[in-house]
Design a binder for this molecule. Structure first.
Ligand SMILES: Cc1ncc(COP(=O)(O)O)c(C=O)c1O
Length: 496
């Protein structure tokens, strides 16, 4: 690779070259461990004799800035790269204009997400980590390799490749009851991009947005970063309490009807009807995030809310993050026609289009039947894992855990009615020290629930691991009880 080297024209050329290389190392442009070009290559590149480069390299080695490895080449020595702050000095704030209001709001936004634990855990019941299936991986790798050779090298269409949109439309009609065609589908980079684009298009500062309580933080943050005001509406056993919608103008409501995130509740039919009626009467949009609607108890899974929308108020958002892998960053929007063209312009300005190779691969993966087979296998495996979790809770956790699980999705909720919030934190800390990753649900509520609880994600944990994890959970619960009993003041025993 060509290197930018500025010779200063002072003195002998090999010394000029040595100074230029030394500067590149000092500035971190040549980083430690980097291989320097061969002497022949660099000599050709800057138009000097090969010996000149050799001499410059020897000087670097003599100063321990580079090391020469026989038969391999010359490398920048370890410990030579400056700290990051030196590499990128902070601009003088006083001379720069202030950032936008959007950027200032972002600075106040908590964007922690899948915080790394910094510790290897034996079991981690983290929601959102994918179910890794070897068969799917090999089919997906083949589809990707094939796509890499057969994808048009130019920019893909902003709306998404027609072949993929067709597959998505067929999937939605068949499995989510949402009758649409390829023209209705916009391919995006996951739910997150969908929500960000929708927020940008629909929300002005001060607009009021209905959020479920509890809700998905990253979606909420997209809206508040736009300057919108979230209005939290509680969720009960039937989903969003539609009769608790606040009065006054509302711009949109963001909901997860198939499997409320994070409480796991499925929105009842009467609430769906009530929400759609309210949206029409009061004139607000509904964003339906169907993030893991695919996985559920066959027969009990309800069709998407958007399939009931006859008035064009629902913007449907789906993702391949749960059905396939979060790392492919692929999702889709089915929007009412009135919004589709605006969304396409916003998508064009955001990133022109989603990556073409992945789209070709996904279209092929779906068309070949590999996707359908993967969903079938995934559903079976999830059922086994869910059952292992239920059995483990019943066996090891007794009355301490009340499991809330409607059989859909990849997580359930373990409520801890006998624990205080503080004890639950102790349980989480203790479990972590024993190698079990537990994650609270109660801190995802605006108005704390009656009891503390845990969000148990089980997609990425095998049946055997889940058995071990539940046994460990039971032991940790007992330890917390024992600590509590030891800490409580003993009642004095009075002898007559
Ligand atoms: C409620 C909800 N929506 C969507 C997603 C997926 O987002 P994306 O499609 O951007 O990966 C998640 C991921 O955990 C989620 O919890």
């Amino acid at each position: 690779m060509d290197m930018f080297l500025e010779l200063d024209g002072q003195g002998e050329v090999y010394r000029q070259l040595h100074r230029a290389l030394r500067q590149a190392i000092a500035q971190g442009r040549l980083r430690e461990g980097a291989k320097l070009p061969s002497t022949r290559e660099l000599a050709q590149q800057i138009g000097v004799a090969r010996n000149t480069v050799l001499l410059a390299y020897e000087l670097l080695c003599a100063e321990h800035l580079a090391v020469s490895k026989v038969g391999s080449g010359t490398y920048v020595a370890r410990g030579t790269t400056p700290a990051r702050t030196v590499l990128r000095p902070k601009p003088a704030a006083t001379l720069l204009p202030p950032p936008s209001r959007y950027a200032r709001r972002l600075r106040d936004t908590d964007t922690t997400w899948f915080r790394p634990t910094g510790q290897a855990l034996r079991f981690n019941l983290q929601y959102g980590t994918p179910m890794v299936d070897v068969t799917m991986y090999s089919a997906w790798s083949r589809a990707l390799a094939h796509a890499a050779q057969h994808t048009d090298a130019g920019y893909p269409p902003t709306q998404g490749l027609p072949a993929l949109r067709q597959e998505i439309a067929a999937y939605l009609s068949q499995r989510r009851g949402l009758v649409c065609d390829a023209d209705d589908v916009i391919v995006v980079n996951g739910t997150q991009q969908a929500v960000a684009l929708i927020g940008r298009l629909l929300l002005d500062e001060g607009d009021r947005v209905v959020m479920e309580d509890p809700s998905f933080k990253l979606a909420r943050n997209c809206f508040t970063a736009q300057g919108a005001q979230p209005c939290f509406v509680p969720v009960d056993d039937e989903g969003l309490q539609v009769d608790a919608l606040p009065g006054g103008p509302l711009k949109l409501a963001y909901v997860t009807p198939s499997h409320q995130y994070p409480s796991g509740v499925q929105m009842s039919m009467r609430r769906r009807v009530a929400l759609l009626a309210a949206a029409v009467q009061r004139g607000f949009w509904v964003v339906e995030d169907d993030y893991d609607g695919e996985f559920g108890l066959e027969g009990r899974l309800q069709p998407a809310l958007a399939s009931m929308d006859t008035a064009g108020h629902v913007i449907y958002v789906g993702t391949f993050s749960k059905m396939l892998l979060p790392s492919i960053r692929m999702g889709y929007i089915v929007a009412p026609r009135a919004l589709r063209d605006d969304l396409l312009k916003a998508k064009l300005l955001a990133d022109i289009a989603s990556p073409g190779i992945e789209q070709v691969a996904l279209a092929h993966f779906m068309k070949s039947g590999a996707f359908e087979r993967h969903l079938r296998r995934g559903n079976l495996e999830l059922r086994r894992r869910r059952q292992a979790l239920h059995e483990g809770v019943a066996r090891w956790c007794g009355d301490d855990i009340v499991l809330h699980d409607n059989g859909a999705g990849m997580h359930c909720v373990a409520w801890l009615p006998r624990f205080s919030f503080e004890q639950t934190q102790r349980l989480i800390d203790l479990a972590r020290s024993e190698g079990l990753g537990l994650h609270a649900i109660h801190n995802q509520y605006q108005h704390p629930p009656r009891h503390p609880g845990l969000l148990l994600g089980f997609a990425s944990t095998s049946v055997a691991q889940l058995r071990g994890a539940m046994k460990l959970l039971g032991e940790c619960i007992q330890q917390v009880h024992a600590q509590q009993a030891a800490a409580e003041p003993k009642t004095a025993i009075c002898t007559p």
